[in-house]
Design a protein around this ligand. Sequence first.
Ligand code: HEC
Length: 157
Amino acid sequence: MSLALTVQAEERIQFPAGYEDKMLNYLSLDRTQNDDQVIRLFATKETLAAAQAGKELPYGTVLVAELYKAKKDADGEVIESALGRRIRGKFAAVAVMQKGEGWGEKFSPEFRNGDWDFAIFSPKGERLVKKDLNDCRACHQPFAETQHLFSLEHMVN
Ligand code: HEC
């Protein structure tokens, strides 16, 4: 029973095909919680405008995070650029958050992120079904003050 619910919850987010053309890359970072990855974040102009205006992001909002492996040297150490930053290597995955009316209702408090849910795909858009989405939910959950987002303050046009 609960397994069926979990699957349903996971599959209601579709791969956001064509996001590169419809969204703006509002932030790119060395990932703060992984020492060998780089992340690029995307949202629509409308999402950025709503965040900038201090609004609750509306139902239907989609946020995209491109995850990259950082380039490594022959010894397997992450290369640091002249800027002291990691260098984007292989494009590894597309992580998605989407908000839908009532979507949070199924989750117990430790996994509930308001009405946001999570999904992860290969760069080509295949669902990565082995990833435990409760890891996503648990890590974003405490950040209720910033709408369960880490990068809310960076959402500016
Ligand atoms: C251990 C904590 C952690 C886990 C697990 C995690 N995230 Fe995040 N997420 C972050 C942090 C921190 C950021 C800000 C960028 C960065 O430093 O990587 C972020 C940013 C994001 C963003 C951009 C919006 C925002 O919150 O700023 C999306 C979309 C996202 N994550 C999706 C996911 C998905 C999907 C999963 C699971 C497959 C996931 N995250 C798992 C910590 C986490």
